[in-house]
Design a protein around this ligand. Structure first.
Ligand SMILES: NC(=O)c1ccc[n+]([C@@H]2O[C@H](COP(=O)([O-])OP(=O)(O)OC[C@H]3O[C@@H](n4cnc5c(N)ncnc54)[C@H](O)[C@@H]3O)[C@@H](O)[C@H]2O)c1
Length: 370
């Protein structure tokens, strides 16, 4: 069945949706009825879709096009107002991650979607990886033994332009509205949500304790180097240690420590390694999964209702005392200007050690963290 769709947010991450929509249109799975953005379409989007309706207001576009579903790939603090417009227009919603920057907003969307009987998928694409599905099955079947803990580590690098590209980048709030664009809550949000999902601890009440060490190397409101440790109602300890100030960036890994076996999920690469044996998997995108859900009742990979524990983490991290600036003596500058990068020598080893030992940076006595 061909589903009609509109897209809000056509540049930035939204451009990946435009490419996917073009592929799905070629297969007859969707038809794009229109695009909403505050800025004109870029050259690719204009060539591909310039003949479709374009509007700077989503509510107006929804009222004139009546799509089956709408994709919202706009900045985080616009997710609630735009998501509300989609559900109010009786359309299913695919909302980019992180879904919303506060618990109150999450509850409002959950309630509205339920009241309207509409689907609301969140674009956490890691949950559509076959590697994640396989690992979740192994854990549920007890194949890893008892789970002693789950440790995630990630080491990426961002230059100054990353924080200059948009007014909401690197902010906890903008004009009094929460944004939550920290390393834990945005770039590495997939690590948080995937670890919680592997533990089957996705509900608001599934977290019993939480502690966060939030640090930064730049003049930003949010953390760019962080360690979160939480305990779930299943008594699982989960740590997430990440940085955007790595000298040697590597893709993030979720390590599941079982009493019988050890698994590593490389969620950006659809790779699962169990006791050293690699398995490569494919993935189903959030949009493909939503279409299968609407057509055949396939469960959603990431229903908004399953973002309770994640939103609790997000709200906790965004409300914890402001991230501490790491002293310059522990930092190295690689270049100045827009492409300039700041790195913390040794941070790659620190995040990895955290995941192996389920320890915080302070417990590891990292000098820049204490
Ligand atoms: N799933 C992923 O891996 C992934 C990766 C990157 C970003 N994201 C998410 O995608 C979303 C967008 O991020 P981005 O970096 O592309 O943001 P961005 O600031 O580049 O904005 C994206 C687009 O939205 C438009 N826009 C802004 N406000 C709007 C409004 N009120 N109505 C209509 N259009 C509006 C902008 O003009 C821009 O074209 C965020 O939620 C982000 O966290 C997800």
């Amino acid at each position: 069945m061909t589903r009609t769709v509109v897209l809000a947010g056509a540049s930035g991450y939204g451009s990946t949706y435009l490419r996917e929509i073009a592929e799905l249109e070629a297969q007859g799975a969707v038809r794009l009825l229109g695009v909403c953005d505050l800025r004109p379409l870029d050259a690719y989007a204009d060539r591909q879709f310039g003949d479709r309706p374009f509007d700077t207001r989503l509510d107006r576009l929804l009222a004139t096009t009546h799509p089956d579903l709408a994709i919202v790939a706009t900045p985080i603090h616009t997710h609630l107002p735009l998501g509300r417009q989609v559900l109010d227009a009786d359309c299913h919603l695919l909302l980019e991650k992180p879904p919303v920057p506060s618990a109150a907003e999450w509850r409002e969307l959950v309630t509205l979607a339920r009241h309207k009987g509409l689907s609301c998928q969140v674009g956490f694409q890691s949950l559509g990886s076959g590697a994640y599905v396989r690992l979740a099955e192994l854990m549920a079947a007890g194949e890893l033994g008892e789970i002693r803990g789950i440790g995630c580590y990630g080491a990426w690098s961002r230059d100054a332009t990353y924080y200059q590209r948009a007014d909401w980048a690197g902010r906890r709030e903008l004009h009094g509205v929460p944004v939550a664009d920290g390393a834990l809550t945005n770039p590495f949000a997939h690590a948080v949500v995937t670890a919680l999902a592997l533990d089957r601890s996705t509900g608001w009440d599934d977290i019993t304790t939480m502690e966060a060490e939030l640090l930064r190397v730049r003049d930003i409101q949010v953390d760019d180097t962080s360690c979160l440790r939480l305990r779930t109602g299943r008594d699982t300890v989960i740590t997430i240690a990440v940085t955007l100030a790595a000298g040697t960036p590597t893709e993030p890994v979720i390590v599941v420590h079982g009493t019988r076996r050890r698994a590593e999920l490389h969620y950006t690469r659809d790779l699962l390694v169990v006791d050293g044996q690699p398995e490569h998997h494919s993935r189903t995108s959030p949009l493909e999964n939503l279409l299968a859900h609407l057509d055949d009742g396939v469960p959603l990979q990431c229903d908004i209702t399953a973002c309770g524990a994640f939103t609790r983490v997000l709200e906790h991290v965004n409300a914890t005392s402001a991230p501490r600036l790491i002293s310059e003596r522990w930092l190295t500058n690689d270049g100045d200007g827009p492409q300039g990068r700041i790195r913390i020598p040794g941070v790659e080893q620190a995040v990895r050690a955290s995941a192996e030992q389920l320890a915080t940076f302070a417990e590891l006595a990292e000098p820049w963290a204490v």
